[in-house]
Design a protein around this ligand. Structure first.
Ligand code: UDX
Length: 452
């Protein structure tokens, strides 16, 4: 007899689907049967997971939802609040059905939803099913989100000079100006959502993190106080199983064949993940900054990343030529392989947590252009705590971009960042080995689930 079945429920966005499906693979390798609950919105590619069962519900609750709206982060928050309302009943019916069809040989042990799907708490309470949440961000950024009511109350979010460089002692490493981009969207909707996520997380039986103890040691005791439930830091997930199978977009393999033709440590990789968007002026500044840096680069320009454009139409002909001489542009890349490629030397990133962790695991220093949410905190930790990259302080500005590329790729400062990144990479390898922190935490998680 196996160890029983787990129901996993990802938030249907790329940055959340990847870690949830990696977690599914990890737990499957530990002997659990897996059912992934999903909807037709950003549905995972089922054929890549023949070893899992998939259960779809609520086909029509988001029918007609215009996904191009998601280019604006405000709409992501509104969509999150919406799904936390409209999915309650169909999700409840789905889990109830699964429970009544389950057998003694294959009992359902618990639900593991994304922590942002806070409505699931009410459902599992009703059905008396244990619930362990997966938080896909870093611990440090979740602490900042947890501090939102305090920061609001202390008046940091209404400081007139929202570009102030003043520190915020309540959330060390962050500056006042970082708070306005962290919480820049629909304050009221965001407030409601954060309160609900925090109380839904505290009410869970346990909390799983895609991170590792050695990386976030400084914040771990605070998180344990804020969330006094068993915390399992079992990451980085993609070192057990890659995310390629859960990619919603086709990964352009020419990225790798192009890298194969480049010298070792010579290419800057540029990508801003699946949601962040920029305007045309910012795009031109990026292109000029890259062209003027005289470095080789691999640039992911995701369709829709430039607001108001399909793909590369905003490029003036001369600039496109200047850029093409040194660079290769793709719509979506096999990112983990790109970062692991010997030709890659630096990652210019929006600092989504998956991207940050993937860069750390491959020992690649970073240039950070955070856009919203957790990205600002991740970027500050990259620069000030781990000291493995630097933040572009003035948004997209060609001179600053060119100078940052020089600092990280060419100068001594960059070599030191690379050395510190290599140390972190070593720590990743150790934490996953038998007896390492993530290895032990995963063992505890398995025993915890078996105790239900
Ligand atoms: C979102 C939020 O923006 C991010 O801040 C949060 O931490 C998670 O949810 P996203 O913007 O997509 O995620 O960024 P990130 O977390 O970096 O995830 C992107 C994933 O897509 C990574 O696993 C990366 O490997 C993959 N990817 C990215 C590709 O496979 N190809 C690409 O070209 C770019």
């Amino acid at each position: 007899m196996g160890k029983g079945r787990l129901l996993l429920f990802p938030l249907p966005f790329q940055g959340h689907i990847n870690p949830m499906l990696q977690l599914a693979n990890i737990l499957h390798s530990k002997g659990f049967n897996i059912t992934i609950i999903h909807t037709s919105f950003n549905s995972p590619n089922i054929s890549n997971y023949p070893h899992f069962t998939f259960e779809s519900f609520s086909e029509d609750t988001l029918a007609g939802y215009d996904t191009s709206l998601l280019g604006n982060v405000k709409n992501v928050i509104l969509l999150l609040n919406l799904v936390n309302k409209v999915w309650i009943d169909p999700f409840h019916d789905c889990v109830k059905r699964l429970l009544s069809n389950s057998s003694v040989e294959d009992p359902i042990r618990c639900l593991i939803p994304d922590a942002t799907l806070y409505f699931t708490q009410a459902v599992t309470d009703l059905l008396k099913l244990p619930r362990i949440v997966l938080r896909t961000s870093s611990l440090c950024s979740f602490h900042v989100f947890h501090s939102f009511p305090l920061l609001l109350q202390k008046g940091y979010l209404s400081i007139e000079d929202s570009q102030s460089e003043a520190p915020v002692p309540e959330v060390p490493q962050l500056k006042v100006k970082d708070l306005s981009s962290t919480f820049k969207i629909e304050r009221d909707a965001l407030h409601v959502m954060l309160l609900a996520i925090m109380s839904g997380t505290k009410a869970a039986s346990g909390l799983i993190w895609n991170s590792f103890e050695e990386l976030e040691q400084s914040i771990l005791p605070t998180i344990q106080k804020e969330f006094p439930i068993p915390n399992f830091t079992i990451g980085p997930f993609h070192k057990y199983f890659t995310a390629s199978a859960s990619s919603l977009l086709e990964q352009d393999q020419t990225a790798l064949s192009w890298l194969d033709m480049q010298a070792p440590h010579s290419v800057l990789y540029v990508s801003f993940g699946s949601l962040a968007a920029i305007d045309k002026t910012e795009f031109f500044e990026m292109a000029w900054g890259l062209a003027n840096s005289k470095q080789k680069f691999l640039w992911v320009v995701r369709p829709g990343v430039i607001r108001g454009s399909e793909w590369l139409e905003p490029f003036p002909v001369g600039l496109l030529e200047a850029v093409s001489e040194r660079g290769h542009i793709v719509k979506w890349a096999p990112q983990q392989e790109v970062l692991a490629h010997p030709a890659t030397t630096c990652f210019w990133s929006h600092c989504g947590w998956n991207s940050t962790l993937e860069s750390i695991c491959e020992g690649v220093p970073m240039i950070c252009s955070p856009s919203f949410g957790d990205q600002m905190t991740n970027a500050r930790y990259v620069e000030a705590v781990w000291k493995v990259g630097l933040v572009l302080e003035n948004g997209m500005e060609r001179e600053e971009i060119t100078s940052a590329i020089r600092r990280v790729v060419v100068e001594q400062e960059g070599k030191e960042m690379k050395m510190r990144m290599s140390c972190l990479k070593e720590k990743v390898n150790t934490c996953l080995m038998e007896g390492g922190s993530s290895y032990r935490s995963l063992e505890s998680l398995v025993n915890f689930i078996l105790s239900f």
